[in-house]
Design a protein around this ligand. Structure first.
Ligand SMILES: Cc1ncc(COP(=O)(O)O)c(C=O)c1O
Length: 432
């Protein structure tokens, strides 16, 4: 493969693959998964080693880029008040609890659950290290050999949790993305119970918000439970009201409050690893279910805990969120709007309708992904590439995720590079 080099001839891409010493069985297996291997080695923006950060600038080898690929939407990873809060927690609790939660939960968990429950306006919350842990363990418990209805564009980790539930007898039917009528049709034709409807809150690919009210109504009519993963909405969108500074709403208390729905028939899953820049996740549920999950969902007993630094950054993040969160969100909204307005002026397509900071930009020709990825890399713009077969060929492109920590100058430069790509007809045009 051709190597990327800087002006001095130094390599700036990922290192060349080492010669393999794999056994014939592994070599054969690798040949069968060559599409994915190609993805990993073909792009300097895939599997990259970041050598240094400076604000939202990152250094890969000798090459500095501006990062639009992280999910640190509120910039809490760089927030001095949050960083400064950590040492005191480490001094009190050490670096790592290293009990599974059932064996011993530092009081910090109780404090976070209490504050989170109040923020969400839910009955109770249960914390586990990651959303993946929650999907893999809780979905099989809830599906209990019944029927799962899965949004066609739900996140891969939800899908994996549902597949795991099939080993205990559950069936999976997929309904068209954001299509309540199709869901209704499938539910009418189904005679299995219990019933679970699984979907993303803010969708991780499109950045859009599902029609939660309609889905909740259908769930109620068909005696089903809604299971919503709002990894990307928690911290970014929240309740609407007269005091709001922008359309994201207030307090960042997630999609259920944003859509003015109740937790009656709905379980909300979310995480701190995006807007709160911390390794921790939650499920909001009734206390009775929480107590069952403590023993029925394996990670509470069998998995290690989140590091103390993450528990500390969540608690410090709550404080910043309460004091300045809405101002930070308004700034994020303004920066995101600049990018979306530019795409509109350039007549470039994006599925983003909600104005949230996940901006998918499909290419005019999916075969250009390699070249466009390299162009962005050379021009110092770091984004997430969406390659086939991870997305359908018509949606091959890249995803821009602005954060509040990106400077206005960085956004201005991003717009210039997008304009260059549009002038070269590399980006998909809007349908009229
Ligand atoms: C919608 C969604 N759910 C779950 C996850 C995984 O979260 P975690 O890292 O907490 O397992 C992601 C991560 O990208 C996501 O986008």
């Amino acid at each position: 493969m051709e190597r990327l080099v800087d002006q001095a001839g130094r390599s700036i891409g990922p290192p060349a693959p080492a010669p393999t010493t794999a056994s014939p069985a592994i070599t054969k297996w690798l040949a069968n998964s060559s599409d994915l291997a190609q993805l990993q080695t073909a792009h300097p923006m895939s599997d990259a080693v970041i050598d240094q950060i400076d604000g939202r600038r990152i250094r890969i080898g000798q090459h500095w880029l501006t990062d639009f690929a992280s999910c640190n939407y509120l910039g809490f990873d760089l927030e001095p008040e949050i960083i400064q809060a950590v040492p005191e927690y480490l001094a009190r609790w050490g670096t790592h609890p290293s009990w599974s939660r059932l064996l011993g939960s530092p009081r910090l968990y109780e404090e976070i659950e209490a504050e989170l429950t109040t923020l969400l306006g839910a009955e109770d919350t249960l914390l586990l290290p990651t959303i993946t842990h929650i999907h893999m363990s809780v979905i099989p418990v809830l599906a209990a050999g019944g029927a799962i209805f899965l949004d066609a564009r739900a996140h891969k980790t939800i899908y994996d949790g549902c597949v795991s539930a099939t080993t205990q007898g559950a069936t999976i039917q997929r309904f068209r993305h954001d299509d309540p009528d199709h869901l209704q049709e499938l539910m009418r034709a189904c005679d299995r119970f219990p019933r679970l409807i699984c979907l993303d809150g803010v969708n991780s690919m499109t950045g859009n918000i599902p029609p939660l009210g309609e889905l909740a109504r259908i769930a109620g009519e068909h005696d089903a439970l809604l299971y919503v993963d709002d990894a990307h909405g928690f911290g970014v969108i929240g309740e609407r009201g007269p005091g709001e500074l922008c359309d994201y709403g207030m307090r960042g208390n997630s999609v259920v409050r944003h859509a003015n729905q109740s937790y009656q028939n709905l379980l909300l899953v979310g995480g701190f690893s995006k807007a709160y820049s911390s390794l921790l996740a939650f499920i909001a549920c009734p206390t009775s279910l929480k107590n069952v999950l403590k023993v029925a969902a394996p990670p509470y007993l069998y998995s290690g805990p989140s590091p103390v630094a993450s528990l500390a950054t969540v608690l410090a993040g709550f404080k910043v969120n309460a004091e300045r969160g809405d101002v930070i969100r308004a700034d994020l909204n303004r920066k995101t709007t600049r990018v979306l307005d530019c795409l509109e002026q350039l007549n470039v397509a994006t599925p983003n309708r909600a104005g949230l900071p996940i901006i998918e930009v499909p290419l005019a020709n999916p075969d250009d992904l390699d070249a466009v990825g390299r162009y962005l890399f050379d021009r110092g713009i770091y984004v997430t590439l969406a390659a086939y077969p991870l997305v359908p060929r018509s949606q091959v492109g890249f995803r821009i995720q602005p954060t509040a920590a990106n400077t206005d100058a960085e956004i201005t430069y991003l717009l210039q590079v997008l304009r260059e790509l549009a002038e070269r007809s590399k980006l998909q045009a809007r349908q009229r």
